[in-house]
Design a binder for this molecule. Structure first.
Ligand SMILES: O=C[C@H](O)COP(=O)(O)O
Length: 251
């Protein structure tokens, strides 16, 4: 059966690379995207904020999309060191990741802050990728679905639709560890996310849900085939063009 939701394979480069590395990686990924001429899937890379403009320039004309890894909730003002969604848009971004667990942990981002950032993305004309996910302790306590529900209810703004929201499920314990949930566990989490989204948006069936956490070329096919999985949010493996493109091919 044909997919109704176009898969999105997003690479989160995190705090890695300087301009020379980023441009080489972006050019290799962009060349792969251009050569594949995919119309049935989208590829996105999210470089560090300082490199968004250069990567967007390198990706121009290839079909490769570029996003930010975070934004401030305000459009401008006295927020030293922060970057607004408008600035990302101006630099060539089309998407922005909000509420990644590393920002929730490192910067104390709450669900309310994540929601405000998702609204900021809308204000600037960016598509937010709202991240949620349980810690190992929460999973071991049998609280995974409850945690996901609380995070969704707190982080997804009113007015979310299939066109203006992407959700990424990233179990915190699977990020950068080489460990992943089973396919059945991913499918169960995604089914629950879609059910909860049903109460928050009128269009839950169309919202794309990405899985993230130790996705690589060798496990992408089975993870991406899990029920209700519409793509991946990839960290480490997105720093190697061939590996990232292999994940995209598996979608
Ligand atoms: O945003 C991406 C995730 O944190 C996954 O990272 P990873 O693929 O290195 O586990």
């Amino acid at each position: 059966m044909a997919r109704t939701r176009r898969p999105l394979i997003a690479g989160n480069w995190k705090m890695n690379g300087v301009k020379a590395d980023a441009l080489a990686l972006a050019r290799d990924v962009a060349a792969g995207v251009k050569a594949s001429a995919w119309s049935d899937r989208e590829l996105l890379v999210c470089p560090p904020a300082t490199l968004v403009a250069a990567v967007a320039e390198a990706a121009k004309g290839s079909g490769l999309l570029v996003g930010g890894q975070n934004c401030h909730a305000k459009a401008s003002g006295a927020h030293t060191g922060d970057v607004s969604a408008e600035m990302l848009k101006d630099a060539g971004a089309t998407h922005v990741i909000v509420g990644h667990s590393e920002r929730r942990a490192d910067c104390g981002e709450t669900d309310a802050i994540v929601k405000a950032k998702a609204e900021a993305a809308w204000r600037a004309g960016l598509l937010p990728i709202v991240c949620i996910g349980e810690t190992l302790a929460e999973r071991e306590a049998g609280k995974t679905l409850e945690v996901l529900e609380t995070q969704l209810e707190g982080s997804v703004p009113a007015g979310a639709t299939a066109a203006n929201l992407v959700v990424a499920y990233e179990p915190v314990w699977a990020i950068g560890t080489g460990k992943t949930p089973t396919v059945a566990e991913v499918a169960a989490a995604h089914a629950h996310i879609r059910k909860v989204l049903g109460g928050l948006t009128g269009e839950a069936a169309g919202v794309r849900l990405l899985y993230g956490g130790s996705v690589k070329g060798s496990n992408a096919a089975e993870l991406l085939a899990a029920g209700d999985v519409d793509g991946a949010l990839v960290g480490g493996a997105s720093l190697v063009a061939a590996e990232f493109l292999a994940i995209a091919k598996a979608a």
